[in-house]
Ligand binder design. Structure first.
Ligand code: NAL
Length: 331
């Protein structure tokens, strides 16, 4: 696979293809970041961007993970001390999950975001950005409650971080796209260059296939889940025998979340997937790529129950190192 195909294989959106192709032609020494609000236990949403970082490392990029402690503070995620402790735990989980410790730089936001030059740039950006624009950039991240002033400072800081961390490329979930668009527009207004971005899809809710997996109401798969919990959660998942489920009665898009997890989590990290079946049900099935598995679900060759059992086992293998690291840290 060429570099561009490798780093975009799980992308939902690239801004812009031309800029990213130029980076992919010469990744040596190029810096790519993801930022996370420290949130304690990682879930599969975090790990979707981690999968992309692992691909970027394999392609030769340098990876920077911003532990966005000041952002978490602005977004009401706890006291500063609580957030710092959480960030340390988060870093350990990323390393356990497979980010290369030699090639990954972890940076706390607070290590530079309180400096005078940063704050002056922030204020300059605040003068050139409309309130409306900043609020729209934040809508998907903030999750509904009444916006505070902190919620419009937040996206301006995220934009500025792209400059201060000296980055060539931004990676994030599709929920970050409006912040990245704001960054592309506003950085030049304060004298800095804009950068390209890659966005991962947002996983669908596991039990309905509608909306987001990490929504507080739904079932989330996290690094804390043991084999039994994974089996129970995956068994409760919505999995019609098709890759294209019908939309809801209200016309909302519906995904097959079991297939999504195969596509975005299992296939990028395993060479092949084996579905174990007794001989009387046709014997084992082996898949080298996502499409052939999805086609078999569509055709009826692969039963949803077998797909679920297999998914739970592979997720267990993926999550095990991070789960064990969490247990060690708690002992
Ligand atoms: C991501 C987040 C916060 C600050 C950032 C700064 C630079 C790059 C990425 C960043 C967290 C993200 C979230 N907004 O919703 O988790």
């Amino acid at each position: 696979m060429d570099t561009y195909d490798l780093i975009t294989r799980n992308a939902e959106e690239v801004v812009t293809e031309e800029e990213l192709r130029a980076l992919a032609d010469d990744p040596e020494g190029k810096r790519v970041y993801v930022g996370y609000e420290p949130s304690g236990v990682l879930h599969l949403g975090h790990l979707l961007t981690a999968n992309m970082l692992i691909d970027l490392q394999d392609a030769g990029f340098d990876v920077v993970v911003l532990l966005a402690d000041v952002h978490a503070y602005l977004n009401d995620k706890g006291t500063f001390d609580e957030i710092e402790a959480t960030a340390e735990v988060m870093r350990e989980q990323f390393l356990a999950y497979g980010l290369d410790p030699e090639q990954t730089e972890f940076v706390f936001g607070s290590s530079y975001q309180l400096d005078e030059d940063y704050l002056l740039d922030l204020h300059e950006m605040a003068r050139s950005t409309t309130l409306n624009r900043a609020q729209r950039a934040m809508a998907e991240i903030q999750g509904g409650e009444t916006a505070k002033v902190s919620h419009v400072v937040y996206p301006l800081m995220q934009a500025l971080d792209i400059e201060y961390l000296d980055l060539d490329l931004a990676v994030g979930g599709l929920d970050q796209r409006k912040v990245h668009m704001l960054a592309r527009e506003e950085l030049p207004n304060v004298g800095y260059e804009s950068r390209p971005a890659i966005h991962t899809p947002i996983l669908a809710d596991l039990t309905t296939g509608v909306g987001k997996m990490s929504s507080s109401s739904g079932v989330t798969i996290s690094m804390e889940d043991d084999a039994d919990a994974l089996e129970e959660k995956v068994n409760s998942a919505y999995c019609p025998p098709t890759r294209d489920p019908e939309p809801t009665d209200d016309g909302e898009e519906r995904k097959n979340p079991v297939l999504e997890l195969f596509q975005y989590h299992v296939f990028p990290r395993f060479e092949s997937v084996v579905v174990e079946r007794p001989d009387e049900y046709g014997g084992d099935l082996t898949y080298e790529d996502y499409d052939s598995l999805a086609e078999d679900l569509d055709s009826g060759e692969l039963h949803p129950a077998d797909a679920k059992g297999t998914l739970a086992a592979y997720l267990d293998e993926l999550i095990a190192p991070g789960r064990e690291r969490l247990e060690e840290l708690r002992d």
